[in-house]
Design a protein around this ligand. Structure first.
Ligand code: ADP
Ligand code: MG
Ligand code: MG
Length: 875
C-alpha cells in the first residue's frame, strides 16, 4: 500500500488521502507554480499510527526514507549534509482545513554543523543562526512539549542585556549566544541534549504532527465544526524557502478577494525579513499587500497573476501563503478562503456575473447556517457614537459586552449567560474556547489574517485586530487608551465593520437584506421544490417574515397572545371563573383582543396561508408560580388576616393547586383542553373567522388554516373539527361573508403518526410538530434532557446529535414518513408541513424535502436560511 506521495504524484481530488494542504500543494506543483518540492505522508498512515498504539510502521518508515531520497535528488541537497544541507518544514494538514489548530515545524535539519554550512552557502551568518534558533524554539515546543514562554523570556532578557529593542538588531554572535541558552533550557526542562541527528529530528517531528491531531484545541475545533475525529491528519515534508534572508525577502498571506466584504480585490498582508509564523501569529503587525506593489513591483505582479490563476483554477476565492526569498516568489499553500457571510454572498453572486460559476454552484457555495450573521442586529448608523479608538475591521458585526482579558474567564462568564468581549494582546489557538464563548474579540497586535481574525470570521463573530493604541495591562485586568481606563467587567461596544470601539452600549437596528442577498435567494426560490413558511404570533413578526420571503405562516401560537402582560389578568380571571357565564364574559374580552392580532397577521400575509393553532399549553402556565404564591399568602395571613387581598390570593392558590399536574407535558393540554373547555376553542375560532371576515371586507384575500394541537386519536379531531365548522358557519352566515378555510391537526404524538390514515379522514392538513414529537418519541422531556444528560450523550456519542436541534431521521423521521404516506393514502391532496424548530435547520430541511412535505416553517429570521437550504436540498 502507498502511504507516501511526492508532490508531483498527487492532485486536488486526493484530499482524503493527502489532506487539503497536501492535495493542493500537489495540484499547484502539477500546474507549474513555484512550490518548494516535497512529499506527503497520507492520513491513512496517521490512522494506522494510532491503531498501532502510536507507532510508525516499518512500511511507512521505509516509504518516507525513499521519498526523502527522491527529494534530496530533486533539490541537490541532503538532510544533515555538512556542505549543502537540506532543510525542510514538517507540516500538518487534514482533510478539512483547521487553521493553526495542529502543529508545524520549520527549518528542520538544522544542527551545530549544518548551520555553519547554511551560513557559508548564503554568505549570511546572522540569517543562519537566526533560523537555527527558530528551529530549536519550534521543535522544542511542538515536539518536546516545552512551553514557548521559556524561550521568549530568555530572548527578551538577552535583548535587554544588550540594550536592543527589536530582534533584527541581534547579530550572528548574539544569536549564537541565544542558541546556547536555548539548548540549556532544553536540558533543564527535559534532561536531554537537543537532538542533533536530522533524521531523528524528522521522525520525531512527523510523530508530533500525528499527535497534534489529538491536542486539546484541535479536538475543540473539530467539535465546533463537526469534523469527524476519525479522519486523521496528513504530514507534508517540504523543502524550506526563507523569507528571513534579508530585506529582499519576506512572507505573507493573500486572499484573492476581500474575505470580510467580498470585494473583488487582492487582499492580504506581508512582513519583510520574516518567517511564515510571524504573520499568522500576529507578533508583528504586517504591511497591507498593496504596499508590496510599491516595494517590489515585479514580485507583486507575479503574485497577482498567480492569485488570478489559482482562483480561476479552483473557481473559488483562494487564501494563499507565499514567501519571497531574495526577490523570488514561492507559493506555500492555497485553499478555499474562509469568509464572512456577507463576503460569501457577494463572492457567489459576483462569480456568477463574471461567468466563473453557475447559479446552482453559487447557491451551494453559501452555508445557510452562516447567513445568520447577516440577520444580526447592527449599530444604528444614526445613533451617536464616540469612538474611544480604532483598530483593523477584521470581522464585521456589532457586539456589546463586558470586557474580559482571558479565554478561561470568557468561558466561565459565558457559561453564566453573560455577554463578554475578549480583549487580548493577541489570541493563539489555545484561546479557542474563549473565542467561542465571547461575543467578539479585540486584539492590540496582529493583522487581518492573524489567528483572532481568521477564527472570528469562521464563527461569524465581530472582531477588531491590531488596535495598537490600546494598552493592555493583563496583571491589573485593565486597558488604557490615552487617559481612559477600561476595567475588567466594563461594558464596551465594538463595530467589526469599521474597527471602532465605543464605551458602553449603543442603539442597534434590525437587519436588512442586501441586493446581492436578495438576488441569491431569488435564484434559490427558482430551484427549490419545498415551500418555506414562518412561525409568527403577531403582526410585527408576520411582516418581518413576509419581508424575508415567507410563503405563509406555518404556525401561529395563540398562547403567546394570552401571555401578554396586559391580558394575563383577564386570562387568569377566565381560568378562575366559577361558572360558564362568568368565564364567557372574560372570553368575550379576550376575543376582541385576539381578533385584532389575527387581522394584523392576515393583512401582513396578503392572501398567503396563515396556520393558527388553538390553545395548547396547560392552564396553570397562565397562573402565578405556586411557591411564590404560598409565600405571599403566608405573609398576608400574618400581616393582614382579614384583607380581601388575602381572600383573593387564597382562591388563586386553591386553583393553582387544582390545576397542578405531575407531568404537565403529558397532562391536560392541547385538544384535551378544547374538549373539556370547548368555550375557549370556540372563542378562538370566532376571533379567527371574525378577523378573516373583516380583512376580506377590506378586499384583502385570506387563507386561514385552523390547527388542533396534540391529537392522538381521530375522535379528538372529529369533535374539534365539528366545533370549528359550526362556529365558522355561524359567523359566516351572520355576516354573509364566505371564504375557504382548512381544518387540520398537528402530528406530535406517535399515535397520531401511527394512525395517520384514520386522522386524515378528519384533516385537511398535517403539520408535524417535531418538538413534541421528538419528546414523545424518545420519551425525553426536553427541559430535563438538555440540562441533565443530553450533552453527555452527544460527547460520548450515544447520540450523534441533539435530536431537538437536528431531526432524528431514523426514529422521528420514520414517524413523519409514515404520517405522510398513511395520510395521503386517505387524502391524496393532504397538505403537509413541519413547524417544529427543525424547520429552520438545514439537514432537517433536506429531510423534509426528501419526505415529500409541502413546506417547512421556521422563525422569521431563519426564513432566508431555509429558502437557501431548501434549494440546496433540491440540487
Ligand atoms: P498552518 O496550518 O498553521 O498555517 P503551515 O504548515 O501552513 O501551518 O505553516 C506555518 C507557516 O510556515 C506558514 O506561514 C507557512 O507558509 C510557513 N511554511 C511552511 N512550510 C514552509 C516552507 N517549506 N518554507 C517556508 N515557509 C514555510
Ligand atoms: Mg498554513
Ligand atoms: Mg406541541
Amino acid at each position: 500500500e502507498k502511504y507516501v506521495y511526492l508532490f508531483n504524484e498527487g492532485n486536488s481530488d486526493m484530499r482524503n488521502i493527502l489532506g487539503g494542504k497536501g492535495a493542493n500543494l500537489a495540484e499547484m506543483t502539477n500546474i507549474g507554480l513555484p512550490v518548494p518540492f516535497g512529499f506527503t505522508i497520507s492520513t491513512q498512515a496517521c490512522n494506522d499510527y494510532y491503531k498501532a498504539g502510536k507507532k510508525i510502521s516499518d512500511t511507512v518508515e521505509q516509504q518516507i526514507l525513499v521519498a526523502l531520497e527522491q527529494l534530496e535528488e530533486k533539490t541537490g541537497k541532503k538532510l544533515g549534509d555538512v556542505t549543502n544541507p537540506l532543510l525542510v518544514s514538517v507540516r500538518s494538514g487534514s482533510v478539512f482545513s483547521m487553521p493553526g489548530m495542529m502543529d508545524t515545524v520549520l527549518n528542520l535539519g538544522m544542527n551545530d554543523e549544518t548551520v555553519k554550512a547554511v551560513a557559508k552557502l548564503t554568505n549570511n551568518e546572522r540569517f543562519a543562526y537566526d533560523s537555527y534558533r527558530r528551529f530549536i524554539q519550534m521543535f522544542s515546543n511542538v515536539v518536546l512539549g516545552i512551553d514557548l514562554f521559556y524561550f521568549e523570556q530568555f530572548l527578551e532578557e538577552t535583548r535587554e542585556k544588550k540594550g536592543y529593542k527589536v530582534d533584527p538588531e541581534l547579530t550572528a554572535e548574539d544569536w549564537q549566544e541565544v542558541i546556547a541558552g536555548y539548548k540549556a533550557i532544553v536540558k533543564r526542562q527535559k534532561k536531554i541534549e537537543f537532538p542533533q541527528n536530522p533524521q531523528e529530528q524528522l521522525f520525531l517531528a512527523i510523530r508530533a504532527v500525528f499527535d497534534s491531531w489529538n491536542n486539546q484545541r484541535a479536538i475543540v475545533y473539530r467539535r465546533i465544526h463537526k469534523i469527524p475525529d476519525s479522519l486523521g491528519t496528513a504530514v507534508n515534508v517540504q523543502s524550506m524557502v526563507f523569507g528571513n534572508m534579508g530585506n529582499d525577502s519576506g512572507t505573507g498571506v493573500a486572499f484573492t478577494r476581500n474575505p470580510s466584504t467580498g470585494e473583488h480585490q487582492l487582499y492580504g498582508e506581508y512582513l519583510m525579513n520574516a518567517q511564515g509564523e510571524d504573520v499568522v501569529a500576529g507578533i508583528r503587525t504586517p504591511e497591507a499587500i498593496h504596499v508590496l506593489e510599491k516595494e517590489m513591483p515585479d514580485v507583486y505582479k507575479k503574485l497577482l497573476a498567480t492569485c488570478q490563476l489559482l482562483e480561476k483554477h479552483y473557481q473559488d476565492m483562494q487564501d494563499i501563503e507565499f514567501t519571497i526569498e531574495r526577490g523570488e516568489l514561492f507559493i506555500l499553500q492555497t485553499r478555499n478562503g474562509k469568509r464572512t457571510a456577507q463576503a460569501a454572498v457577494q463572492i457567489a453572486v459576483d462569480m456568477v456575473r463574471e461567468g466563473i460559476i453557475d447559479k446552482e454552484t453559487a447557491i451551494l457555495r453559501v452555508d445557510p447556517e452562516q447567513l445568520n450573521q447577516l440577520l444580526h442586529r447592527r449599530i444604528d448608523q444614526t445613533a451617536k457614537r464616540v469612538p474611544l479608538t480604532k483598530g483593523l475591521p477584521a470581522s464585521p458585526g456589532a457586539a456589546t459586552g463586558a470586557v474580559v482579558f482571558d479565554a478561561d474567564e470568557a468561558e466561565q462568564l459565558g457559561k453564566e449567560g453573560k455577554k463578554v468581549i475578549l480583549v487580548r494582546p493577541e489570541t493563539t489557538p489555545d484561546d479557542i474556547h474563549g473565542n467561542v464563548a465571547a461575543e467578539a474579540v479585540v486584539t492590540s497586535r496582529g493583522g487581518m489574517t492573524s489567528h483572532a481574525a481568521v477564527v472570528a470570521r469562521g464563527m461569524g463573530k465581530a472582531c477588531i485586530c491590531g488596535c495598537e493604541s490600546l494598552k493592555i495591562d493583563l496583571k491589573n485586568k485593565l486597558f488604557t487608551v490615552g487617559d481612559t481606563v477600561v476595567n475588567y467587567g466594563d461594558i464596551i461596544t465594538i463595530d467589526g465593520s469599521t474597527g471602532e470601539i465605543m464605551l458602553g452600549g449603543i442603539a442597534m437596528i434590525e437587519p436588512q437584506l442586501s441586493e446581492e442577498f436578495k438576488l441569491l435567494l431569488s435564484w434559490a426560490d427558482q430551484v427549490r421544490e419545498i415551500g418555506v413558511r414562518a412561525n409568527a404570533d403577531n403582526p410585527v413578526d408576520a411582516r418581518k417574515a413576509f419581508e424575508f420571503g415567507a410563503g405563509g405562516i406555518g404556525l401561529c401560537r395563540t398562547e403567546h397572545m394570552f401571555m401578554d402582560p396586559k391580558r394575563i389578568p383577564i386570562v387568569q380571571s377566565m381560568i378562575l371563573a366559577e361558572n360558564y357565564e362568568d368565564r364567557k364574559g372574560f372570553l368575550d374580552q379576550l376575543l376582541i383582543m385576539q381578533q385584532g392580532d389575527f387581522e394584523g397577521i392576515f393583512e401582513a400575509m396578503e392572501g398567503h396561508p396563515v396556520n393558527i393553532r388553538l390553545l395548547d399549553p396547560p392552564m396553570h402556565e397562565f397562573l402565578p408560580d405556586k411557591e411564590e404564591l404560598l409565600v405571599e399568602v403566608t405573609k398576608l395571613q400574618l400581616t393582614a388576616p382579614d384583607s380581601p387581598e388575602l381572600a383573593e390570593k387564597e382562591r388563586l392558590l386553591k386553583k393553582v393547586n387544582q390545576l397542578a399536574e405531575f407531568n404537565p407535558m403529558l397532562g391536560h393540554r392541547g385538544c384535551r383542553l378544547g374538549i373539556i373547555y370547548p368555550e375557549i376553542y370556540e372563542m378562538q375560532v370566532r376571533a379567527i373567522i371574525n378577523a378573516a371576515v373583516k380583512v376580506t371586507e377590506k378586499g384583502i384575500p385570506v387563507k386561514p388554516e385552523i390547527m388542533i394541537p396534540l391529537v392522538g386519536h381521530v375522535n379528538e379531531l372529529k369533535r374539534m373539527r365539528q366545533l370549528v365548522e359550526e362556529t365558522a358557519e355561524q359567523v359566516m352566515s351572520a355576516t354573509g361573508v364566505y371564504f375557504d378555510y382548512l381544518v387540520g391537526t398537528m402530528i406530535e404524538v406517535p399515535r397520531a403518526a401511527l394512525t395517520a390514515d384514520r386522522i386524515a379522514e378528519q384533516a385537511d392538513f398535517f403539520s408535524f410538530g417535531t418538538n413534541d414529537l421528538t419528546q414523545t418519541t424518545f420519551g425525553f422531556s426536553r427541559d430535563d434532557a438538555e440540562g441533565k444528560f443530553l450533552q453527555t450523550y452527544i460527547e460520548q456519542k450515544v447520540l450523534p446529535e441533539n435530536p431537538f436541534a437536528v431531526l432524528d431521521r431514523e426514529g422521528v423521521g420514520k414517524l413523519i414518513e409514515m404520517g405522510v404516506t398513511l395520510g395521503r393514502k386517505t387524502k391524496r391532496n393532504l397538505k403537509t408541513g413541519i413547524c417544529g424548530e427543525h424547520g429552520g435547520e438545514k439537514s432537517s430541511i433536506e429531510f423534509c424535502y426528501l419526505a415529500g412535505l409541502d413546506y417547512v416553517s421556521c422563525s422569521p429570521y431563519r426564513v432566508p436560511l431555509a429558502r437557501l437550504a431548501a434549494a440546496q436540498a433540491t440540487i
